[in-house]
Design a protein around this ligand. Structure first.
Ligand SMILES: Nc1ncnc2c1ncn2[C@@H]1O[C@H](COP(=O)(O)OP(=O)(O)OP(=O)(O)O)[C@@H](O)[C@H]1O
Ligand SMILES: [Mg+2]
Length: 266
């Protein structure tokens, strides 16, 4: 029997008040097992990033609770503390905003290595360069600052920073949105390798193709609620909700055509 490392129960997140009130997440419950590749998919504005931030301990829900290894996460103003803080890492949707513009990619990752591991600066640099290399960032680019990097490179630097903590859960919010297909395949394959090593990954994406490639179970989100959830292949082959069918129909390229043809044939 698998154990849930994260269990979110009846999560609601409301922003603003009165006529400015936005119910970004409405009564959502979710589980994540150790080592599980889980997907959250939905159109823009459906509440995916808000929910991911709640799971990451960065957004206190208006109501509901997240349990991490059975313990309530939101107690007063604190969320993940100590060891749990290292174990849960998030890659943000906008890597530009999450990277310090003054730090080179190497310094940013090396700094994160030193936050999570007791080691000298030179040891941290070696580890950081290795992490960046695994992300396909060569030494030449490692000494560049965020504004000198491409969107995809910035995204991969953010992933390297998150992995420097050696987490047990990685929350990745649209990690492939700014990268071309070959870089995307490289990153997804790296994620697959990490899954084999026992990392749980929550992949947030509007792209069902990416979700299908990596995840085993998926939650489909619309207007702050889950409209459908279950086995990824099952949902891909037999979507029950019109909304999921529309998302499938919007998958670009060859994968989308293959999925649509399969649907038409059946
Ligand atoms: N800090 C905030 N203040 C007010 N409204 C917010 C805030 N953050 C998100 N929202 C609103 O909550 C809703 C959900 O936003 P969220 O970023 O979670 O969606 P998303 O599914 O991640 O979208 P995308 O695919 O475009 O990234 C949107 O209507 C958004 O405008
Ligand atoms: Mg988002």
């Amino acid at each position: 029997m698998s154990t849930n490392i994260i269990e979110a129960r009846d999560i609601c997140v409301t922003f603003g008040t009165g006529s400015h009130k936005v119910e970004a997440v409405k009564n959502v419950s979710l589980t994540l097992a150790a080592g599980e590749p889980l997907g959250i998919v939905g159109e823009s504005g459906s509440g995916k990033s808000t929910l991911a931030r709640v799971l990451a301990g960065l957004q206190t829900p208006t109501s509901g609770q997240v349990y991490f290894n059975g313990e309530p996460l939101y107690k007063g103003h604190r969320s993940y503390t100590g060891e749990a803080r290292r174990q849960v890492q998030m890659v943000f949707q906008d890597p530009y905003a999450s990277l310090n513009p003054q730090l080179t990619a190497l310094s940013a990752v090396s700094e994160a290595v030193r936050i999570h591991n007791k080691c000298s600066k030179s040891e941290a640099d070696v580890k950081a360069l290795e992490l960046l290399r695994q992300m396909g960032i060569a030494q030449l680019d490692a000494v560049k600052k965020p504004r000198q990097l491409s969107g995809g490179q910035r995204q991969r630097v953010s992933v390297a920073r998150a992995l420097s903590a050696n987490p047990s859960i990685l929350l990745a919010d649209e990690p492939t949105s700014a990268i071309d297909q070959s870089a995307q395949a490289q990153l997804l394959n790296l994620f697959r390798g990490l899954l084999h090593q026992g990392l749980a990954i929550v992949l947030v994406s509007h792209d069902l193709g990416v979700i299908r490639y990596l995840t085993k179970r998926v939650y489909v989100m619309k207007d702050g609620v889950f409209v459908e959830s279950g086995d990824t292949e099952e949902i891909f082959n037999h979507p029950q909700q019109a909304y999921t069918q529309e998302l499938l129909a919007s998958i670009p390229g060859a994968l989308g055509a293959a999925v649509r043809n399969q649907k038409h044939a059946s």
